[in-house]
Design a protein around this ligand. Structure first.
Ligand SMILES: O=P(O)(O)O[C@H]1O[C@H](CO)[C@@H](O)[C@H]1O
Ligand SMILES: O=c1cc[nH]c(=O)[nH]1
Length: 232
């Protein structure tokens, strides 16, 4: 048991799918896993282990934002030996050709968070996806005929921006979409020499103003989960 995860050693698989929303983790376990067992209820951050096509796999919520993600990623790696951390999250589109329900692989994650600026004494660090997981995800998506986009995303510290136009500066530099955790996950994984990838589904568009409901974000983003499960 670690500070925030009430599991025993061996309860968590080497590969874990990490949505921000703990109820999405419950839905993933109940929809895709054979024989899911709940290993964590501390703070309501539900975590489950089961099998998928015979392979042991886990899923757990991480909460919202880089600080929350970083706590869980650190404990999963250091206390439970997790090797492949796959974020499965929702994101807001920054580009007109990235549409609601599109799947985006985050090759790199820019950020408005001050975490890495502090860590690297004001220098820039470029948090990037693990190349092996990235290539496996591309191949899995191709085999399942799931269209994907890939590129730089923004991990923001703010969901509600003061200036709603501020996305345009990122958009002009090719950033595809915004979420709130990938940069933290990639950095913690790199520090501990394990693998991480963020697979995102577009839940809303900053460009058009379209959005999905909370229930849809919890339970309908199947394609990214199917890709993530192929990485176990
Ligand atoms: O759907 P999840 O995985 O929570 O991801 C996105 O949704 C939350 C904001 O609504 C943030 O955590 C953001 O990164
Ligand atoms: O962080 C997020 C996630 C989804 N949509 C957004 O606009 N921001």
């Amino acid at each position: 048991m670690s500070v925030h995860i009430g599991a025993s050693k061996g309860d968590i698989a080497e590969t874990i799918l990490l949505p921000g929303d703990p109820l999405r983790a419950k839905w993933i376990a109940e929809t895709f896993f054979e024989n899911p067992i709940c290993f964590n209820e501390i703070r309501g951050m539900l975590g489950y282990t089961g099998t998928y096509q015979g392979k042991k796999v886990s899923t757990m919520g991480t909460g919202m934002g880089i600080p929350s993600m970083s706590i869980y990623a650190n404990e999963l790696i250091k206390e439970f030996g997790v090797k492949n951390l796959i974020r499965v999250g929702s994101a807001g589109s920054y580009q007109k050709d990235i549409k609601i329900r599109d799947v985006v692989l985050a090759m790199a994650a820019s950020s408005t968070s001050g975490v890495n600026e502090l860590r690297f004494g004001g220098a820039d660090y470029a948090p990037t996806a693990d190349f092996g997981l990235f290539m496996k995800a591309v191949e899995a998506a191709k085999a399942m005929q799931i269209p994907i986009k890939a590129g730089n995303v923004l991990s923001s510290d703010e969901f509600y921006e003061d200036n709603i136009e501020s996305y345009k500066k990122w958009s002009k530099f090719g950033v595809l979409c915004v979420e709130m955790e990938a940069a933290g996950l990639y950095t913690v994984a790199a520090k501990h020499n394990v693998n991480a990838l963020a697979i995102l589904t577009i839940s809303d568009s900053l460009v058009t103003g379209e959005r999905t409901t909370s229930k849809e974000r919890e339970t309908t983003f199947k394609n990214m989960i199917k890709i993530g499960l192929e990485l176990a």
